[in-house]
Design a binder for this molecule. Structure first.
Ligand code: 2P0
Length: 351
C-alpha cells in the first residue's frame, strides 16, 4: 500500500483571474496575483493511495464519493500525474510502477465549500501535491502548478506560499502559464487577512460558467485585459516588494471593484456581492478616508477584496486588525447579520 497526505491553503486574489482563452487547458485571459493564506485556517487536506488491488480511480470529497468524469478536470490531473510517475519509472526501473495502479483519493476542506472561498483552489492544489508526494516526484511547485491549473485555474497559485503571481503566458501549449512566487510569506508577515463570512451558502453562478459568459459578452473585460491588468501586476508586485501597504491596498480594492464591474458588464449580469458586502466596502472606504487625512498619517489602513461570492476578505497590517474587527462587529452584529457556523469570522490568515 502506497499512501501520501498533504494540505494546501486557500489563496485570495488581489489581481483577479476572470476569463479563459483556452477552456480545456485552463489558460487565462490575464495574469493574476494572490496571497496564500497560512495553513492554520482555511485548507484542504488530501490523501492519495495507490494499490494494485484497486479496480478504478475513486474520489471522496468531505466524505462523500464523487464521480470522476472520464474527460473531466479531475481525470486530467490524475492522468498528468501518472504520466510524470511513468517518466520517473522509465528513468529508474527500481521504482514501483505506481502509475499502473488505480488511486483512491479523499479530500477534506475545513471551511464551507463553494461559498466563494476558493475551495477548488486549495482542493486541486492539495490533490496535485498529494499525488506528487505519493509518486515521489521531484517536481518544483511551479512545475506542479501547470497541472493544478488544469484542475482549476486559481489552484495553480495555492501550490506556493506568500505572494504568488500566475503568469497568463502566451503559448498555446500552456507551458508558460504557471505560478511563481513574488515574495515568500516571511517577507511581509505583518499583513493579516480577515475573512468575513457574509454567507456560507453555495453561490448562484459558478466561476467557470460566469467567466465564460463574461469573455463572450463584456467589452469592459477586453479593456481590463489589455489596458489595466498588465500595469497593475507590475505595480502591486513593486508594492509587495517595498512593503508599501497603502499602494497594495489601493490596487487590491481597485481590482476587486473592476472584477465586479466586469461581472455587471456581463450579459445577463452577474451579481456576487450583496447589501452586506457593499456595506462592508463603505465601512472600509470611510476608515481609509480618515486614515488618509494628513493628521492621521495619510495612508490607507485596510483593503477589502471580494471573489465570486458575497464574503469579504480584508487585508490589513497587524496594528489595525483589532480596530477593524471591533468596527465590523459594531456595524454588523454577528447574531443578526452573519451566519458564521464555522467560526471563521475574525480568523486571521497570516502570511
Ligand atoms: C481569482 N476567482 O483570481 C478569481 C477571482 C474568482 C474571482 O479564480 O474555471 O474557480 O476552475 O478555472 O479557479 C475562480 O475561478 O475557475 C477564481 P476555474 P476558478 O481567485
Amino acid at each position: 500500500m502506497f499512501t501520501a497526505t498533504t494540505t494546501a491553503p486557500v489563496n485570495i486574489a488581489c489581481i483577479k483571474y476572470w476569463g479563459k482563452r483556452d477552456t480545456k487547458l485552463i489558460l487565462p485571459t490575464n495574469s493574476s496575483l494572490s496571497v496564500t493564506l497560512d495553513q492554520d485556517h482555511l485548507r484542504s487536506t488530501t490523501t492519495s493511495r495507490a494499490d494494485p488491488t484497486f479496480t478504478k480511480d475513486r474520489l471522496w470529497l468531505n466524505g462523500v464519493e464523487e464521480e470522476i468524469k472520464p474527460v473531466g478536470r479531475m481525470a486530467t490531473c490524475i492522468a498528468e500525474m501518472k504520466r510524470l510517475r511513468k517518466e520517473l519509472v522509465e528513468k529508474d526501473s527500481s521504482a514501483p510502477p505506481l502509475s499502473t495502479y488505480f488511486v483512491h483519493i479523499a479530500s477534506f476542506n475545513n471551511f464551507p465549500t463553494a461559498a466563494g472561498l476558493a475551495s477548488s483552489a486549495s482542493g486541486f492544489a492539495a490533490l496535485t501535491a498529494s499525488l506528487a508526494a505519493l509518486y515521489e516526484l521531484p517536481s518544483a511547485p511551479t512545475e506542479l502548478s501547470l497541472i493544478a491549473r488544469q484542475g482549476s485555474g486559481s489552484a495553480c497559485r495555492s501550490l506556493l506560499g506568500g505572494f504568488v503571481a500566475w503568469n497568463a503566458g502566451t503559448l498555446d501549449s500552456g507551458l508558460d502559464s504557471h505560478a511563481v512566487q513574488i515574495a515568500p510569506e516571511t517577507h511581509w508577515p505583518d499583513i493579516h487577512a480577515l475573512i468575513c463570512v457574509v454567507s456560507d451558502t453555495k453561490k448562484g453562478t459558478s466561476s467557470t460558467s460566469g467567466m465564460q459568459r463574461t469573455v463572450e459578452t463584456s467589452p469592459l473585460l477586453q479593456h481590463r485585459i489589455k489596458h489595466v491588468v498588465p500595469q497593475r501586476m507590475q505595480d502591486i508586485s513593486a508594492a509587495i516588494l517595498a512593503k508599501d501597504f497603502d499602494r497594495f491596498a489601493e490596487i487590491t480594492m481597485a481590482d476587486s471593484n473592476q472584477f465586479h464591474a466586469v461581472c455587471l458588464d456581463t450579459s445577463p449580469p452577474i451579481f456576487y456581492m450583496n447589501d452586506v458586502s457593499r456595506a462592508i466596502i463603505a465601512v472600509i472606504e470611510e476608515y481609509n478616508r480618515v486614515g488618509l487625512l494628513p493628521e492621521n498619517g495619510g495612508k490607507r489602513k485596510a483593503a477589502y477584496t471580494y471573489d465570486a461570492g458575497p464574503n469579504a476578505v480584508i487585508y490589513a497590517p497587524a496594528a489595525h486588525i483589532k480596530e477593524i474587527i471591533s468596527m465590523i462587529v459594531h456595524f454588523f452584529p454577528q447574531q443578526e447579520t452573519f451566519n458564521d457556523p464555522f467560526g471563521l469570522f475574525g480568523a486571521a490568515g497570516v502570511t
